[in-house]
Write a protein that binds this ligand. Structure first.
Ligand SMILES: [Fe+2]
Ligand SMILES: [Fe+2]
Length: 264
């Protein structure tokens, strides 16, 4: 089984240094092939936050794939938000806002779902558009039967009971419908600072909480997920911050059948 670590919502600017240091040690111990980071790298998209984040990323002991979140757009410097929204990201973090990578065991593609202006009054909500859906389908069309297809998007395609008020990503329903054809096996997201895994439309939707920030919801400590993938089988282990360390909490097992994924 190949190991992929999923962390999210690091929020440099609201980072807890002790937790970030422990995360690095845990990554060394778990030794993943790839680290996926699903957005909200910073709190206010400040230059100082991006520099701190870039130093953290440079020190990671495994390769990583990263996409931005809504917090990586400036909220208060509107000229920056509208005229050159991703200039700092591309200068300090990554030139490619929608990176992709693959091995014999998996194909991973990220999309940028943060928007300068939202369709609702809440601009923190993201969106997936038709061109992104097609790009994802084109990327996965060439996947072999041995490759798990992984989509990384900051905003949620499904929300647990009691958290629906956070709002799904704009375009969630048509995307899940289109993804029945050449879509992902699993979507990795963040944004809501909750960790959960659920099968939706035959696709596994897996969220990491805020891995390193103090922007915690009551009852949801800092967390990350570890995926172990093999053809037609995915294990997702959840780790929670507890008593000064990241401790294994629980594991969910998913299998692929002819009409999609099921939790075992
Ligand atoms: Fe966040
Ligand atoms: Fe977010």
């Amino acid at each position: 089984m190949k190991r992929i670590l999923h962390i999210s919502d690091l929020h440099f600017g609201r980072l807890i240094p002790e937790v970030a240091d422990a995360l690095k040690q845990k990554i060394i111990a778990l030794n993943p092939e790839l680290i996926v980071i699903s957005g909200d790298l910073t709190q206010r998209a400040k230059t100082s936050e991006f520099i701190q984040a870039a130093n953290f990323l440079n020190d990671l002991p495994s390769p990583y794939l990263i996409i931005p979140g809504n917090h990586d757009l400036s909220t208060f410097r509107l000229h920056e938000r509208f005229l050159y929204p991703w200039k700092k990201w591309q200068r300090f973090i990554a030139a490619d806002l929608e990176p992709a990578t693959e091995t014999a065991a998996y194909k991973v593609i990220g999309i940028n779902t943060a928007r300068r202006i939202g369709h609702s009054s809440d601009w923190s909500r993201g969106r997936i558009d038709a061109s992104q859906i097609k790009r994802v389908q084109d990327f996965f069309a060439s996947a072999s039967a041995q490759q798990i297809r992984i989509l990384v998007a900051h905003h949620p395609f499904w929300l647990p009971t009691g958290h629906e008020h956070r709002g799904l990503i704009g375009g969630a329903d048509p995307a899940i419908e289109k993804f029945q054809d050449n879509g992902p096996d699993i979507i990795l997201s963040g944004h809501v600072h909750l960790d959960y895994c659920h099968v939706h439309g035959g696709i596994i939707v897996s969220h990491a909480g805020t891995t390193t920030s103090d922007r915690l919801l009551e009852g949801y400590p800092n967390s990350f997920n570890m995926l172990e993938v093999q053809p037609e089988h995915i294990l997702i282990s959840r780790y929670h911050w507890s008593k000064g360390e990241f401790a294994y909490l629980t594991k969910q097992s998913f299998i692929k059948q002819s009409d999609g994924w099921y939790e075992q």
